[in-house]
Structures are given as C-alpha cells and as structure tokens.
Design a protein around this ligand. Structure first.
Ligand SMILES: [Ca+2]
Length: 524
C-alpha cells in the first residue's frame, strides 16, 4: 500500500482507538477486505469530495419493546416474522447483543450519542436529550449523508436538527397525556394501521429521499409497545401458541397478553419487509447496510426496565450484501453503545473521542473476532424510581441494585397489563412461585450474580456461592471501574414515582412533556 494511502487510512480509522495499538495496522489492513471501496474513495468531512456513492447507505430499524428472541430468526417456534428471517438468512445474526438500558428513551439517547445513558443527561424516561450532546447523525450529515428519522422519535426537541428530516409519529401511541386526559390510562393511537404501528412514514421517507447522496435512515416503530388491541393482523395468535417464560405464571391472561404482543411483532415485520422491497426497487440493496434491533426487552413483568437479559438483550441482525456472509451468526459481545462508532467507521468519518463504544465492523468480516469482553447496562427512573447497574461477560452477569429497598415494579403500562393483574391476584392467593414473585419483593438483595450459560433466565442468584466469589469480585471491580470512569454517581435526591405501584394509575405530580434533567435539578 502506498504511504499516502496508508496515512489516509490511519486518519479514517482513529475510531478504532480502543483497539490495542499493536494490532492497529493489521486491523486496518484486514478491513480492506470488507471496505476496500470505502477506504480508497471515501469522502472525508472537509476533505476531498470523492464519489459519495461508494459509501454505504444505512438503515437502522428499531423495534419498541421486542425481546431478543421473539422472532423466527432467533428460533421462536410460533412468531411469524418472514422478513426478519430473510434478513438474517441474507446477513449475520448476533446472538450476544446488549442494550445499555431497558427503557425506551434512555436506550435511544445512548444509541444516538454513543454514550451511556447517565452520560447523556437523558437517563430517565422522557428526559429530553440536551442540545450539548453530540450524535453520530450530525457527523454523517456533515460528511455528506442525507439523514432522516421516521416513526417513534422520543428524544426531545434539541436533536431534531441533527437530521435533514424527522417524521415524528407523535407520542399518543406510547405515552399517556397528563392531567384529566390520563384518567382512562389507555394510550392506543386511533387511526390507520400505520399510525398505530409507528411505521406509516418508513417507505415514504425512503422513496422521497434525494438520490444524489448516500443516506442514513433511523426507522423506529411503536410495535410491539403497549397498549394492545385485538385482531390487528390476519390470523392473530392464539393463547395456546405462546411461550411463557418461567418467571411469569402460565395462565390464561398471561397467554392472552403474550398473544397480543406477538401480533404486533408480526405487524412490525411486514413494515420491515415493505422497506426492504422499496430498497430493492431502488437498486440500493447491495450498497445498503441494514441493521435491526430493539430498544429494550418485552413489556412484561421482570423483562422491560430490568437489567436481566430479558430486559437488555436485543435482536441484532445485520445485512450488507457482499460484505457480510449470508446466513452467518456471531456469538461475540456487542453493545448498543457500539452503533455510533460503527456507522461512522463504515462511513469513513472520524468518531468523537467522547464516544464510549467501539466499532464492531471487525465482526462483520470475521464473526469469531472480539471487540469487547464485557457490556454494561443501567436502569434508572422509568415511571417509578429505580437505580440498578450491571456488567455482563459472555457468561456471567453481576447486578448491583443501588436502590434495593424498592421493588422491581414493571413499567406502569405493564402494571396495568392482563399479566400483572393476574399476578397480583395469584400473589394474594399465595399461588406464585418465588421466581414469579420477584417484582413484589422488597427489600431486594443488593447484589446478584448469574451464570447465564447454565441459567439463561437468571433465576438462581449465585452471589453467596463461594465457588463464584473470585468471578463475582472481578465483575464487581469492573463495574466499579466503569462507574468511576463514566462519572456515575448516585443522585443527591430520589425522583418521585409518577404512577401507583399496585394499580399503575397516574399520580397527580405527573406532567407531560416531562421537564429536562437540568430543570428538575434546579427545582430541587
Ligand atoms: Ca421501548
């Protein structure tokens, strides 16, 4: 490689600063197999104006509250997701992908800023991301990409100017209004199917894009977020078809609730298929990096808003024809904080030093490679006060419950659900197993430790088991180091709950839009 080319490649790939320095050259050269066109003709921001069409387009699909394995691509025996299954068949399925939070807006804030939720000042649900935050989207835009978001936005007003276009579906599909309008405690968006799913504008935004630039699309659904309605798809799921996790009671209301959730996943799959068909029609399939993820786990008790895998593990399917081997799988750990540096890496744009993640581009070429040894996750206020932290390796999970005096109450819409209503009744009748009673227990244990290889549902806490003490201490130290490095300090004051923990009904202190973190701190 000529020296001037090598210098340029080095400049492009400062994003891989987290790679060991001694491997940097090998790493960059190995990448040419994937990204030869990219690196050799990339248009750097403020640099040469080389053929923009050689850079990949990006489509990021974000499901809302979909568990990692609730689709055919991840082996679910009943949920019909032909388009996701095809996407995985044409691309790479990641089997150990994790989010940094199990809460809608903090998870999205982390994805777009490449930082952990508590570093964004938007770590609590519905706190808007402040204007001072840097995102990967504006970096793509500055480098010549056309950037657009369509569907669920949920990040506040300060970031909308980072995109060329934002088609916000509005909040009626996932957020109760405040005041008297909230009294019904239902938030179903009325209207067309596309409005309820959040996917109405996905195909139009792709169809109407300018054709002279590479593009980045942030396509965010409202599916399968609550509330649920009957008969939203042909052949809706029947209660006897669902798979009930062992920490939920296997009874008729739980089954009915899960069937309604499955319906929304199948509806979402259809919209994914429509976008991919439009992409094909435009002849852009081959030059488009497509990734499908969720923002948090299933909206059921002990799933969403927990740092168990059922809250933070996500589907993660990448299709990039000619670069990613069709039908491949990758077991290496990846984190949603890695998305921002990866998009910039693949676009040949330098990542800001404050990004916390690493590019997972090496895994696209070699699924056996490793880009990180552990992932971190946090849970903060979400309808109810909470503060939990976790670190996970490929095998072990350590959880620190900082506010362990508080129960693990599900999100308010989950509290109002068929499932939790049944669970309260069964609790009162003394008919829940200890694993099914977790959301009602207080105080909880301060520390939890799981061997996910033997106990994928994290039901056997090994924190007191002498056989695991050395591993527990290693992970405890890792988490403490991460908290220190990322300035994760316990707030001086707790935030008030905004819903009743037993019934899920809104309390008088709840107002929407929610004030920012800064405004709430000033008020204290
Ligand atoms: Ca969500």
């Amino acid at each position: 490689m000529p020296n001037h080319r090598r210098r340029r490649v080095l400049r492009v790939s400062e994003t891989v600063m987290n790679q060991p320095a001694c491997k940097l050259i090998d790493f960059l050269l190995s990448r040419l197999g994937i990204c030869a066109l990219l690196f050799l003709s990339v248009a750097m921001p403020g640099n040469c104006g080389v053929a923009a069409e050689s850079r990949p387009n990006f489509i990021l699909f974000i499901a809302d509250d979909m568990a990692w394995d609730d689709c055919g691509a991840y082996g679910h025996p009943r949920i019909r997701t032909p388009n996701l299954d095809r996407l995985a068949g044409d691309g790479m399925r990641f089997d150990n992908a994790f989010l940094t939070a199990s809460s809608c807006s903090p998870s999205r804030a982390s994805i777009i800023t490449g930082r952990y939720p508590h570093q964004t000042d938007a770590e609590q649900l519905h706190w808007p991301v402040p204007a001072a935050q840097v995102t990967f989207v504006e970096r793509l835009k500055e480098s010549g990409y056309w950037t657009a978001a369509a569907g669920k936005w949920h990040l506040g007003n300060a970031l909308t100017n980072r995109f060329d276009r934002v088609l916000d579906i509005g909040t009626a599909g996932f957020q109760l209004p405040s005041g008297p309008a909230a009294s019904k405690a239902r938030m179903v968006e009325r209207g067309s199917d596309g409005l309820q799913s959040g996917c109405r504008d996905w195909v139009p935004v792709l169809r109407d894009r300018p054709r002279d630039r590479p593009f980045f699309l942030w396509l965010a659904a409202l599916d399968p977020h609550r509330d649920y309605e009957e008969n939203i798809i042909p052949n809706p799921y029947r209660p006897e078809e669902v798979r009930v996790p062992p920490y939920l009671p296997d009874e008729e209301n739980t089954r009915k609730d899960l069937a309604l959730y499955y319906n929304e996943i199948t509806r979402l799959d259809r919209y994914v298929g429509e976008v991919l068909a439009e992409l094909e029609k435009q002849g852009e399939t081959g030059n488009t990096f497509v990734i499908f993820i969720s923002d948090n786990g299933r909206p059921f008790p002990r799933d969403k808003t927990t740092v168990y895998d059922s809250g933070i593990k996500t589907p993660w399917i990448v299709r990039w024809p000619g670069r990613v081997q069709p039908g491949s799988t990758c077991a290496s750990l990846v984190s949603s904080v890695d998305l921002a540096p990866t998009f910039l890496d693949l676009a040949g744009v330098r990542a800001p030093a404050l990004f916390e993640g690493v590019s997972f581009a090496p895994l696209l070429r070699d699924s056996k490679a490793t880009v990180r040894e552990f992932v971190f996750a946090e849970q903060n206020w979400h309808d109810y006060e909470a503060r939990n932290r976790a670190v996970r390796t490929a095998r072990f999970k350590y959880i620190l419950n900082e506010y362990y005096d508080l129960p693990l109450t599900p999100p308010a819409d989950g509290v109002r659900s068929l499932t939790y209503t049944a669970m309260r009744r069964l609790r009162d009748a003394g008919q829940l197993t200890p694993e099914q009673s977790v959301c009602f227990v207080k105080p909880r244990l301060r520390e939890e430790f799981y061997d996910t290889s033997k106990d994928p549902f994290e039901m056997k806490n090994l924190a007191g088991d002498p056989a695991y003490q050395s591993e527990l201490e290693r992970l405890r130290a890792l988490l403490a180091g991460w908290k220190q490095k990322t300035d994760d300090s316990t707030p001086a004051h707790r935030t008030a709950d905004e819903f009743d923990r037993e019934e899920g009904t809104p309390l008088a202190n709840r107002v929407r839009p929610r004030p920012s973190k800064a405004a709430m701190m000033r008020a204290e």
